[in-house]
Unconditional design. Structure first.
Length: 498
């Protein structure tokens, strides 16, 4: 018993007495290198691009096989310091990187399991140029300095506006609801940081993400742009219940975010605690060009925005408490990447994986009132997919050109610290012999994959680790449209040239 208590104390002490301060950009990169040197087998440092002033946008990855997308292992990311003068998240991600490494080395069961079954990416600073300015003026009552990038652009207003495109489709009854970059027609300049992060979002099949900010204490979920054009209007996604579930997964594990005893922030006076510490973005205040909406409408990734404190860049003496306030919430939110269902879609005849298969979902928990979720995810290059869902019963359909659709029913319960329900599909190629005349004629045979078992039809011989060239740059063929020309411009119909 004494040995157990001593071990627990040694695990806690570093986080109570570690030096908490704002790290310069040089110190940030050194800290990431130090973490990698302590955990070389489960970490990798890579850059997704450079800022306006040439500073690297450095990411540290945690995975059992760093640098590889592994079959059925979901991809998770945290992004911080998008606004340079909002540095709490930056420091929290640095501390989180140290914590994951140290706990993995100490064989903490929960951390080891999380790293074993998840690929985690941490981007501590999306706006290092802005942070450089903010750090210089820190404590000088100039709290807005450094918010924007070196071009004086707010990066959280600079992503392609896919919300307006979705709302146009909704008004016209056009059933397009996801992966909308293919349908953009305007041309716009993209900031280097937006270009880098946007390409990263689309070239790795991320499942879940959070964007760390400050200025209030609330978990904010899409959409950020109101449907009716007003300054404030609740504008939920088709996955509104999922996003509330995700936001609450953070707020309720935070030390005070959901507490009814917490006082509103003095600058906003919003009492979010009455809603559990969460809010719909547009219902708070509406804006276009935000990153969380871009994630949802351009890729498979669900992202929320976490406001982690009333004060921007508070005194360094508060950083230790902020870590303790957020640690459990940061860890719990990462586990949410394992809710819902996941699986592999294969060709029933060849056993080869099928990319870009649409996974459509209908909530049939109330069998008398089935509700389609009008937002599809698609399979990655090696046929795997992940679909975040709240507890309930769902009808799931896998659809791709040239194959008969597959249909299955699944019950989702989302037990804590457990991987998503496995739901595989083996799709049968369409044979012209099934038709009378041409393919527009009446179908006389229609094989359907309607087995309700989770994975009896799965080809479990598929390799568990499938190395993808260029760190998974081709992980999702349907995401090929976010490549940029030399000027960083968005070309017609959302096509980019690298």
């Amino acid at each position: 018993m004494a040995h157990f208590l001593l071990g627990a104390l040694l695990a806690i002490l570093p986080w109570c007495f570690a030096e908490y301060r704002y790290h310069s950009n040089e110190q940030l990169n050194k800290l990431l290198s130090d973490v990698h040197s302590r955990c070389p087998t489960v970490t990798r440092i890579y850059s997704i691009g450079d800022s306006v002033e040439g500073r690297s946008l450095s990411v540290i990855e945690f995975s059992l096989h760093p640098g590889k997308h592994e079959l059925l292992k979901p991809e998770f990311k945290y992004v911080a310091n998008m606004h340079g003068n909002e540095a709490i998240g930056r420091e929290l991600l640095l501390r989180l990187a140290e914590y994951l490494c140290d706990m993995f080395n100490q064989r903490d069961p929960a951390v080891q399991k999380l790293i074993n079954i998840t690929r985690i990416h941490l981007l501590p600073s999306m706006n290092p140029d802005g942070f450089e300015k903010a750090l210089h003026y820190h404590g000088k009552d100039k709290w807005t300095v450094g918010r924007n990038n070196a071009h004086d652009v707010d990066l959280n207003r600079a992503f392609p506006d896919l919300d307006s495109l979705l709302y146009l489709f909704e008004r016209r009854g056009i059933p397009l609801n996801s992966h909308l970059l293919d349908y953009m027609s305007e041309s716009s300049e993209l900031e280097p940081e937006v270009r880098a992060v946007g390409r990263w979002i689309l070239l790795i099949p991320f499942v879940l993400s959070a964007n760390l900010h400050e200025g209030d204490l609330v978990a904010n979920y899409p959409f950020d742009l109101s449907r009716d054009g007003s300054d404030q209007e609740y504008s939920g996604t088709s996955d509104d219940s999922v996003f509330k579930y995700l936001a609450l997964a953070y707020s309720t594990r935070h030390a005070s975010m959901s507490s009814p005893r917490r006082q509103p922030c003095p600058m906003t006076h919003e009492n979010f605690s009455i809603y559990g510490g969460i809010t719909n973005g547009a219902n708070w205040y509406s804006f276009r060009g935000g990153m969380q909406d871009f994630n949802y409408l351009a890729s498979n990734c669900f992202e929320v925005t976490l406001e982690l404190g009333c004060e921007k860049m508070p005194a360094e003496s508060t950083l230790g408490k902020l870590w303790l306030d957020n640690k459990e919430a940061l860890l719990n939110f990462m586990w949410q990447v394992h809710i819902g269902i996941k699986g592999v879609v294969l060709d029933a005849r060849t056993g080869k994986p099928l990319a870009s298969v649409k996974i459509a979902v209908q909530n049939i928990t109330d069998s008398r009132n089935p509700v389609p979720i009008k937002h599809n995810v698609i399979t990655a290059m090696n046929g795997d997919y992940w679909r975040l869902l709240t507890p309930g019963v769902y009808n799931v359909t896998a659809v791709v050109d040239g194959y008969w659709p597959g249909h299955k029913v699944v019950k989702v319960t989302n037990p804590h610290l457990v991987e998503a329900v496995r739901l595989n599909f083996a799709l049968t190629p369409i044979d012209r012999s099934y038709f009378i005349g041409d393919e527009s004629s009446v179908v006389i045979n229609h094989p359907v994959d309607d087995d309700d078992d989770d994975d009896e039809d799965a080809d479990d011989s598929v390799d568990e680790v499938i190395p993808l060239e260029n760190d998974g740059v081709e992980a999702n063929e349907a995401n090929r449209y976010f490549v940029l020309n030399d000027n960083g411009a968005l070309n017609e119909i959302g096509q980019y040239l690298i």
